[in-house]
Write a protein that binds this ligand. Structure first.
Ligand SMILES: Cc1cc2nc3c(=O)[nH]c(=O)nc-3n(C[C@H](O)[C@H](O)[C@H](O)COP(=O)(O)OP(=O)(O)OC[C@H]3O[C@@H](n4cnc5c(N)ncnc54)[C@H](O)[C@@H]3O)c2cc1C
Length: 832
């Protein structure tokens, strides 16, 4: 056994094995893969091996795409057949709405170059006559995927890894981790068989590893405990059943090839052939979470008893779809733990608060994802970044407020939602409300329809009493659209109030604060009392975080960043500061003050009228003038009895202020604003209208236009990058150049629909980019979007096409900030 390694990968399932393989392939020649039992003895052994391309996420689609291509190369490399049956994958739709979902998905798939075809019910019937089609609308067909043997592909990856120098240690369990400041000391115990159980022996070793990756599958809760962190990966029961041979299928197969993997999403199942019979895999309601506090020692490669009653509906619907299956008996069943996370995506990336500790946990489609997860995690570890933005999979996207009960409720929900229609405007109900700002009840009473961001309840829009948000969801303009439109108009023409309490806020202070932030971010720092928009970069020069920096005093800063990413931002800041403070630099302190400050954003031409009613000042009539309170500055003001840190900036691109206030005074301030606003027509505005308005100003949003796959220069943010100074990531940013460019587009789309920000862009018949945001512009009376295109398509006036509902619609690249390009309305002074 080696005592010192570059990387120790813990867990010999499909995921860990792929990571070890890809680390070696990326050039790390000192990698050990440690497995407590046998390779594939976790969830991997009982997976059905399906490799579905279908995924609504850009990053995950890339991961699946890589896996599928990679698995096809394994035999040539290792001589082992991974059992890949490229039978295709037919995803059927019972409703027009389901077809709309597939069309939105297909547009996303095209951005990654994933091949697909459309099929009518008649075409399906002709090719696969055993399938009942009269109640189908159609289907999307992926010819290049299918299913694989999970154990075989894992063993092939393990062989490939060994060929590249990886040492695989079986029957060793990792029992503790200790960070020395430079490396991990990992204590491992030899596991032995005793009476059919796997038990620890007295034999122990300590391995020193520069990097550790955990890929411990259903054991994630034990891993979390050993590391002293939270990992919201808790398994849920998942069953599949195998039938006896079906005579009709056997007859059909005499003259035809194998059926593709069939998916009847509306019936919530997949079906594939298995030795002349069928495998049915349902994603039913009420599948319970298991092992919330860890896997019992007695559970090895075990299964739970079949719960046929729970999947009766899905079983009957399989018989409906494939009538010949009615008379065949059951041959086998599997009910195993399948790991889930609150949003159904895995947790891949650096562990919160720890150095050189990488998580690869919570895989529910781990066979499909293993190849790509291994490749992109290895890129992150070896190169510092991956070519795709891994933020949406980062373990820190779930905050430290997360608890076991939350993870259980959300993971069960994520499982059930695998086949539930995914409206792009969906809001899932489990574990809500949980994090509420004090004004929540008032907002609710005013008709707020909430969305959940990082656990926070945040109004999406306001609707009349009795309005049903669920019924209002759509792939076109939903029932909520008219309310968002009125709200957006109110900000452009009158005045509106948005609750932005969920913003992430950090206080950075101390004698070294200015020097630190100057190095940590790419823009000039503001003068005292002023603010700046700036970016912290990755080592690859891409955008890690967007900050509005408020300089309160010489060495006292207030940093505001996106609400969805609190722990993600905090971790990066804390780790950078730890490095800073351990050097020769002057000391810097940081505090997460997110939950201490509420934020209301008030904006619109009549903003001053409302605030003037409340402001307490020796000269109230000039307190908000350009002279005393210029654009992009910050002042401490008093609104009635509430002390407010007011920041003159508006994400909607209209005259406005962000009113940062002590959270405990939020309801007082809310009531004051409502009262004062009444006679000026103050309208409550939600996040959807705000999202549209910011696109009219070409304001990039984190997680859409801004991420780790583009530099600020590619994002078109040159004016926020000070090339005169040195900052972290600068050299890499310059070296990267501009591979693609962020643009704003006005779109002549369908009369009743706007893009959602995932659609593919064409110039003629050439694929040139993708949308990252979409919506409706009240200023231009048509759809709007932002996205990335190849630099030769970025000039103002370039005519492009956007694919929506399987048709190409005209789009034109417009100048940045098509609404009020000179910022005249934002800078408007007091009259007189
Ligand atoms: C019934 C069923 C059907 C499924 N079908 C599919 C499918 O068709 N397609 C698909 O993509 N996915 C499917 N899945 C999901 C798939 O099985 C998992 O996503 C995948 O196996 C996860 O792989 P993994 O490597 O993350 O975890 P695992 O395979 O569970 O591997 C984790 C390994 O870590 C080891 N380990 C844990 N702790 C330690 C420690 N401290 N020290 C050393 N070793 C440790 C464990 O022994 C285990 O071998 C299915 C799951 C179920 C239950």
């Amino acid at each position: 056994m080696k005592s010192h390694v570059k990387a120790l990968v813990v867990g010999g399932g499909a995921v860990g094995t792929s990571i070890a393989y890809h680390l070696a392939r990326a050039g790390w020649d000192d990698v050990v893969l440690m497995e407590r039992d046998e390779l594939t003895s976790g969830s991997t052994w009982h997976a059905a091996g399906l490799l579905p391309y279908f995924n609504m996420s850009y990053a995950t689609t890339h991961i699946h795409d890589y896996s599928i291509k990679f698995y096809k190369t394994l035999e040539e490399e290792t001589g082992l057949n991974a059992g890949f049956s490229v039978v295709g994958n037919l995803r059927m739709a019972q409703s027009k709405e389901r077809m709309d979902e597939y069309m939105l998905y297909a547009s996303t798939a095209e951005t990654c170059g994933v091949p697909y075809e459309w099929m009518t019910p008649a075409q399906i019937k002709e090719r696969w006559p055993l399938v009942r089609t009269e109640d189908l609308e159609g289907a999307i067909y992926h010819p290049t995927d299918g299913y694989i043997n999970p154990a075989d592909v894992t063993i092939a990856m393990a062989k490939g890894a060994r060929q590249r120098g990886v040492v695989v240690e079986r029957r060793w369990q990792v029992d503790s981790y200790h960070w020395t400041g430079e490396a991990w000391e990992v204590t491992c115990t030899k596991m032995v068989e005793r009476g059919g159980n796997l038990v620890p022996s007295d034999e122990r070793v300590v391995i020193t590893a520069e990097h550790v990756v955990t890929a411990t599958g259903n054991h994630a809760q034990r891993t979390a405990k050993l590391l002293g962190i939270k990992i919201p990966a808790i398994p849920v029961e998942h069953q599949f059943i195998v039938t006896e041979p079906d005579a009709a299928l056997l007859e059909y197969r005499k003259t035809h090839g194998e059926h593709p993997v069939l998916r009847d999403a509306d019936a919530k199942w997949y079906v594939r052939e298995e030795r002349g019979g069928w495998i049915l895999g349902p994603y039913e309601r009420n599948a319970p979470a298991r092992f919330a506090y860890g896997v019992p020692d007695s559970f090895r490669a075990d299964l739970f008893p079949l719960d046929l009653e729970r999947i009766e509906e899905e079983y009957m619907s399989m018989i409906h779809r494939i009538p010949s299956s009615e008379t065949v008996g059951l041959k086998d069943d599997f009910n195993g733990p399948i790991c889930y996370t609150p949003d159904g995506n895995p947790l891949i990336g650096p562990a919160p608060g720890l150095r050189n500790m990488w998580l690869a946990e919570g895989f529910s489609f781990g066979i499909t994802a293993a190849g790509g997860a291994g490749k992109y995690l290895a890129d992150l570890m070896v190169e510092g970044e991956a070519e795709i933005d891994m933020a949406s999979l980062d373990p820190k996207r779930f905050g430290s407020w997360m608890t076991t009960d939350y993870a259980v409720a959300k993971n069960e929900e994520a499982y059930e939602h695998v086949y539930i229609l995914h409206h792009p405007d969906e809001e899932r109900p489990a574990a809500r409300p949980l994090r509420t700002s004090p004004a929540y009840d008032r907002q609710k009473a005013a008709g707020a329809q909430f969305g959940q961001v990082n656990g926070w309840e945040r109004p999406n829009y306001y609707a009349p009493e009795g309005f049903d948000d669920h019924a209002a969801r759509s792939f076109q303009r939903g029932g909520w659209w008219q309310y968002a439109e009125e709200e957006a108009r109110a900000i452009r023409e009158g005045v509106g109030l948005i609750d932005a309490t969920a913003f992430t806020k950090h206080s950075v202070y101390g004698p070294g604060a200015t020097a630190f932030l100057d190095w940590f971010t790419c823009n000039k720092l503001p003068r005292v009392g002023r603010i700046n928009l700036t970016y912290a970069l990755t080592s690859a020069g891409t955008t890690r975080t967007e900050y509005t920096i408020v300089r309160l005093a010489e060495n006292d800063y207030y940093l505001v960043s996106a609400g969805a990413w609190s722990d993600y931002d905090r971790d990066y800041l804390l780790k950078a500061l730890e490095d800073w403070n351990s050097g020769e630099n002057e000391w810097v302190g940081v505090q997460d003050v997110t939950t201490q400050w509420g934020v209301f954003a008030i904006a619109g031409p009549k903003t001053r009228e409302v605030l003037n009613e409340l402001i307490r000042d020796a000269e109230p009539e000039t307190a908000l003038s350009n002279k005393r309170f210029p654009w992009l500055s910050c002042r401490e003001i008093e609104l009635g009895m509430c002390p407010v840190r007011a920041v003159r900036v508006a994400y909607t691109g209209e005259l406005g202020w962000e009113l940062h206030h002590p959270i405990e005074m939020q309801n007082y301030l809310w009531d004051q604003l409502m009262q004062a606003g009444e006679k000026h027509g103050l309208k409550l505005v939600g996040a959807r209208a705000q999202n549209w308005l910011r696109q009219e100003k070409s304001y990039r949003a984190f997680g859409t236009e801004l991420g780790r796959d583009a530099t600020p220069l590619e994002a078109g943010l040159d004016r926020f990058v000070d090339l005169e100074k040195e900052f972290f990531g600068k050299e890499a940013m310059i070296k990267t150049g501009v591979r693609s460019t962020c643009v704003t587009l006005l779109i002549d789309g369908p009369q009743d629909a706007d893009p959602w920000g995932r659609e593919v862009l064409y110039a003629g018949d050439k694929r040139v980019g993708r949308l990252t945001s979409g919506g409706y512009s009240v200023a231009f009376g048509k759809s709007i979007g932002m996205g990335y295109v190849s630099p030769d398509c970025a000039a103002v006036g370039t005519k492009l096409k956007v694919k929506m509902f399987d048709k190409l619609w005209d789009a034109e690249v417009v100048e940045d900030s098509p609404y009020d390009p000179t910022n005249a309305t934002i800078r408007k002074n007091i009259v007189g």
